[in-house]
Design a protein around this ligand. Structure first.
Ligand SMILES: [Zn+2]
Length: 265
């Protein structure tokens, strides 16, 4: 059974309602356990509604670091939503893509709201660390007792991968760009994917192509497995098994993830 640990069903990446419905239908028909990522509170509320349309879609609560400044006087509200969420993402640190580039302090304050609840309830955290803040992200995860941290499409220095895994954190790779993969992306993956420990590699789609390049998740995932298998010098089946094994370990005996566990076992 396919598992996609990071997908955006909402704006600004999936704006066409017809494509969204096609995606939800594809996920259901092909039984793809999908962790739908939220970029902010209004997106999260939409994702909750869409997740009711398919037993395979699970909503994740997150606010992208780019929007951190807007949430400084509403951190209590964020904390209340955190208590009800079943998992977290997409959250993290990223000054480079931020609307307000000098927002590291605010980004950390927002991220720490999620860290506190994740530590208390032992929750999955789908983290976006970019622009040189990967090391700081690792420090923050380690300053709390986070056992299910994910470095989503890790893009920092390859030499840090071993340290991330040694500290018990997962790394996800995958993209709809892998369908027609460029030489540059292949080279980028060749430097990183082989370094990921088999016990910590998971897969994701992240963003689906729009309009004429659109391919549903069931067509994208086999290509992702193939690309990662080539990078890791193994088979697609082995990557899929790795993904299932690692995701099941993260789900563990979390009562909030019982429905997901039942689908996978
Ligand atoms: Zn994402």
């Amino acid at each position: 059974m396919y598992i996609d640990t990071h997908l955006h069903l909402d704006e600004p990446w999936l704006t066409d309602e017809k494509l969204r419905q096609k995606t939800i239908q594809d996920i259901t028909e092909n039984k793809i356990v999908t962790w739908a990522q939220a970029c902010d509170l209004s997106g999260y509320q939409k994702i909750i509604e869409w997740s009711k349309m398919s037993e395979y879609i699970f909503p994740s609560f997150g606010i992208l670091p780019w929007y951190a400044n807007e949430w400084m006087d509403k951190l209590d509200e964020v904390a209340r939503y955190c208590e009800d969420a079943i998992m977290f993402g997409e959250i993290g640190l990223d000054e480079g893509s931020s609307r307000n580039t000098a927002s590291k302090k605010e980004q950390e304050a927002l991220f720490e709201v999620f860290l506190e609840v994740a530590e208390k309830n032992n929750m999955i955290m789908n983290c976006h660390f970019r622009g040189g803040l990967e090391e700081r992200g690792l420090e923050l995860l380690n300053s709390y007792e986070i056992k299910k941290g994910i470095f989503h499409h890790y893009s920092g220095p390859p030499k840090m991968i071993e340290k991330i895994n040694d500290n018990g954190h997962y790394i996800s790779y995958g993209s709809s760009k892998y369908v027609n993969i460029s030489k540059a992306l292949k080279g980028y993956l060749a430097k990183r994917v082989p370094k990921v420990n088999d016990d910590f590699l998971i897969i994701e789609i992240d963003v689906l192509h729009r309009e004429e390049d659109y391919k549903p998740p069931s067509a994208v995932i086999p290509k992702i497995l193939e690309v990662l298998a080539e990078a890791k010098k193994t088979t697609s089946e082995e990557i899929e098994t790795m993904n299932q094994r690692n995701v099941l370990r993260m789900i563990g005996d979390d009562p909030k993830l019982k429905e997901m566990r039942d689908l996978l076992s």
